[in-house]
Each structure stands twice: as C-alpha cells, then as structure tokens.
Design a protein around this ligand. Structure first.
Ligand SMILES: Nc1nc2c(ncn2[C@@H]2O[C@H](COP(=O)(O)OP(=O)(O)O)[C@@H](O)[C@H]2O)c(=O)[nH]1
Ligand SMILES: [Mg+2]
Length: 368
C-alpha cells in the first residue's frame, strides 16, 4: 500500500491490538474481528505489531481490561516500542484516560480509528464536515485527558482531521465549532453543489466494497506497471486517488474509498455515507467483493443498496469478485459470475483476471 506517509519514508506507526471476550467460545469471532481491524489499521497508515486477547467475565469500569493486564500491556509497549494501543470496543472517556495514564502511550478505540480513516478519505466539503463533527462530538467528553496527552504523544492515527490544536481549545470553543459545522452542513445540504470536477477529460473510476475485499491491492495492481504521467508511473492526487494511463491513449483517475465496515457504530453512519459521495462523481463504479468469504450475496446487497440510496442508482457498475485464488471450486466462482451481470473474476494475489479487468475498464471508457 502506498500511503503518502510511506512515500515520504516515515516509519509506520506500531499498533498493539487488544480485545476482550467474556467467554472462550467467542474466540473465533474475536479473531475474525482482529483481521478486520488489522486491515483498518493498515488503511490508516499503521502496522499491527502484536495482538492480545483477554478472556474475562466482566468489563473493568476503570480500565476496561483488568488492571493486571493493563500493566502487562505497559511492559509490552515499552519492550517493543509500540506507539498506539487500539481497543476493539468503545472505551468510556474514563477508561481511555486511565489507560493512557497507566500505559503512557496513545490509547484509541475502534470508533476513533474508523473516524480517522473517514478523515483520510473525506474529499467533499460535506464529508469533511460530517467527519469533523463526529470526531468533535466523540472527543468532547474525552477532552481533559486527550487534550494534554495528545500534545505530549504526537499525532498519527486517531488524531487526524480537525487538527491537534483544536482539541486543546476549551470545551466552549469546541461546542461553538460544532454549532457552526451543523449550520454549514444544513446549508450545504440545501444547496448541494454538484461539484463538477476540473478533471472532466479524464475517466473517473471509484472502487467500493467492504474493507479487506482487496480494493487497495487492485488499485496498486492497476496503476503499477502503467505508462508514466509526468515521469511517474502514476500521480497521487490525494491520499486515496491516483491518475495514470491505463493504455497509451487513456488516462484514468482511480479513487479508493473507505470501504464498508462491519458493525459500524450508528453515530458514524452519516459520516461514512458522506465519504462515499465521491462515488457520485465517478463514470464507473468498481464494486470489489471478497468471493472467498461467506455472505457474498448479503454483502453485495448492502453495498448496492447503499449506493442506490446516495444517488448512484444509474451509475455504471462492475462487480469484481476478488480472491479467486482462495476458492477451491471453479463451479462456485462461475455460479457467482453467472448470477451477477457485468461481473468478472480476479485474484489480486496471483494477478489472474487483471488483464481482463483492464480490458473491461477500457471498454467502458471507449463506449462513453
Ligand atoms: N489470497 C488473496 N489475498 C488477497 C487478494 N487481494 C487482496 N488480498 C489480501 O487481502 C487483504 C486486504 O486487501 P486490501 O487491498 O487492503 O483490501 P481493502 O481493504 O479492500 O483495500 C490484504 O492482506 C491483501 O494482501 C487476493 O486476490 N487473494
Ligand atoms: Mg484499502
């Protein structure tokens, strides 16, 4: 993955994942969640260094995990130079503060991580405001701990968006800002400026789908060995958009989106949807689906329905079934391909089907 951070050669943030389950029967589900979280951390520009799963009957009101476990984590953090500890839950303001004091590094929870990724992917004014609002509202009760801590600990995952100094202003100023943003949002919603883009000459493609489906992998594959733009193989327009020649004559702008996230906390749904609005600007939507995981049809359904709801009903779609290398039976793959019109099978790992994907994209470009 080429994030702007990596391009500048900055060391990736080292993250420790922590999850708590109340009985060992839930182990399997917790491990699945770890996988998803790991993908989210990558998307945010970090790297998961270690994972800790605690089985404990009750949640500790002060530390979420047990205090003994927190001390253990403190040692691990020291020993392995961990920058951030990420909890797979929603921490209360007090828990977050206590953990930060005890462990001595930045403590974030799943919600903060998700909002951070939204901030990275917000491109329209509306999306930016939605994300900032969600962040401010979440941080307001956590201000006393975080405001001080963050300036000591430095930025990175969980601190992007409104900017650090804003977190240090008084509660009152944050509340004023929230009011102002809500007002602006209403205004934007009324006007709904159709952001007609400067890049009109270029064919715009947006990748959508669940996290871990392989969007970023396909983005890298598609733009990798391509004809150079300004001496580079591609140019990065912002954190998640690239411009490159897909063949000698056709330039495309390819945008990655934040990706659908399982169990999205309800108060984050609005900001998620607005980050997805970039899809409205696309000439072609590529819907990437992990065909190796159960629930293929359900996930497709959720994505398609959401796209329809945000005004993409008439957009050209292409369903890309990815990770075919993990599916043992060709008959299963062919059945999916048959069931969904305008779909193709690829593997971002082996590269199978990628040429066909390019061909299909080119066909869409030339038809227009
Ligand atoms: N086996 C296999 N793994 C893949 C394939 N495509 C992507 N992956 C892996 O799936 C994980 C998620 O991919 P990523 O591109 O980050 O997904 P995104 O969240 O949709 O951007 C990564 O560990 C990839 O290496 C594939 O075709 N086959
Ligand atoms: Mg990605």
């Amino acid at each position: 993955m080429t994030t702007p951070k990596k391009e500048r050669g900055i060391k990736k943030e080292r993250v420790l994942l922590v999850s708590l389950i109340n009985d060992s029967a839930r182990r399997y589900k917790a491990l699945n969640r770890f996988e998803e979280l790991e993908g989210l951390v990558k998307t945010a520009g970090g790297e998961v260094f270690e994972k800790i799963l605690q089985i404990r009957e009750n949640i500790d009101p002060s530390y979420y995990i047990g205090k003994g476990k927190a001390h253990e984590i403190k040692d691990i953090v020291k020993k392995f130079h961990i920058d951030t500890v990420l909890f797979d839950t929603e921490l209360t303001p007090a828990q977050q503060r206590n953990l930060e004091e005890l462990i001595g590094v930045k403590i974030i929870d799943r919600n903060i991580l998700i909002m951070d990724i939204f901030a990275l992917h917000a491109r329209t004014k509306e999306a930016k405001i939605q994300v900032e609002l969600a962040q401010l509202k979440y941080r307001l009760p956590r201000l006393t701990g975080l405001g001080v801590e963050l300036s000591r600990l430095g930025g990175g995952i969980g601190t992007r968006g409104p900017g650090e100094q804003k977190l240090e202003v008084q509660r009152r100023r944050i509340k004023q800002r929230i009011q102002r943003l809500e007002w602006e949002l209403k205004f934007i919603e009324r006007v709904r400026d159709v952001q007609s883009k400067k890049r009109k000459d270029v064919f715009k493609i947006t990748l959508v789908g669940y996290t871990n489906a392989g969007k970023t992998t396909l983005m890298n594959l598609l733009s990798k060995e391509h004809l150079k733009v300004d001496g580079l193989y591609f140019s990065t327009i912002d954190a998640t958009t690239r411009k490159f020649y897909i063949d000698r004559n056709h330039r495309v702008v390819l945008s990655d989106t934040v990706g659908f996230i399982e169990d999205l906390p309800p108060h984050l749904v609005a900001s998620f949807r607005s980050t997805l609005k970039v899809a409205m600007d696309a000439d072609l939507l590529i819907h990437v689906v992990d065909v190796s995981r159960p629930g293929v049809d359900e996930r497709i359904q959720v994505v398609e329905q959401t796209l329809n709801e945000i005004g993409c009903r008439d957009k050209k779609r292409l369903i890309v079934f990815n990770k075919t290398d993990l599916v043992l039976w060709d008959t299963i793959l062919l059945r999916y391909k048959d069931r969904y019109q305008n779909s193709i099978l690829v593997s971002g790992k082996s590269g199978e089907g990628i040429d066909k994907l390019k061909e299909t994209i080119l066909r869409h470009i030339t038809v227009i």
